[in-house]
Write a protein that binds this ligand. Sequence first.
Ligand code: SF4
Ligand code: MG
Length: 319
Amino acid sequence: MTLLSLDRLSKTFPTREGGSVKAVTEVSLDIAEGEVLGLVGESGCGKSTLGRTLLRLIEPSSGRILFGGRDLAAASPREMRAVRRDLQVVFQDPFGALNPRHSVGHVIAEPLIVQGIGTRASRRARVAELCALVGLPETAPSRYPHEFSGGQRQRIAIARALALDPKMIVMDEAVSALDVSIQSQILNLISDLRARLGLAILFISHDLSVIRHVSDRIAVMYLGRVVEIGPAQEVMERPLHPYTQALISAIPQVGARQADRIRLEGEVPDPAHPPAGCAFHTRCPRAMEVCRGAVPPLGRPADTGRAGQVACYLHPVAS
Ligand code: SF4
Ligand code: MG
């Protein structure tokens, strides 16, 4: 069953020079109950803006955000408060996100307090349960966030996000600030929690090697648009979009030859002045004349038995 459905969601910011930047352009995608969708792209591609917009931390410019059948783009602040029970978020920087003056027990219980749920005693029991669930020591609730390492602090942030037993969590670069060995511990925790709790997760990261470990499906963003989306294995093993191919070839691999890497030419274009047509054409090793014309539509390629979708003129879309 579809839990979240974005329908041509767009977010435009005004610039200081009086222009505008399309940070997110007409993104349509679905996330099923219990599904992990990995959203990947270089810094500045709009993936965090997309996450924040669907959470209504940023106001959408246009489009719909259907969550459990309700359009969040049109929800009042009061309705959004109710939605928060089912839709939570974990950010990159657990230290910045946790109030240093509050005990860990208070930090984790905060969503329950805000929603007016339970008594002091029942909240304390729930906090103990959550600490066990995310692998925090029993003594954690009476201690303070600064007493914990980065990985442990991210467990605290996850415990807090789970306090209301949500249906979905948006995780924005949730492991990016951590050392690689700690990263894999937290990724294992996330996979374990999703299996046990049937959680849906939008897992946002610039790092495809992280995304591939947790995602059922992967969506690739470039300059505000989704350019490829499909089952994780299909996208990783048989990517169609030249940008996806470049991202994958950039993942360091044991024994891989440097010569096999696809080098991306040039910088990411200024989002305030995106190239016409396929926005990737200024860096694409396979760009053709047609690529400078109109934006290639995202759709299922006509000539393959694929489940996913791609937006590239090399792969005409089934009409
Ligand atoms: Fe490259 Fe053209 Fe495909 Fe864009 S549409 S990715 S420029 S081949
Ligand atoms: Mg970001």
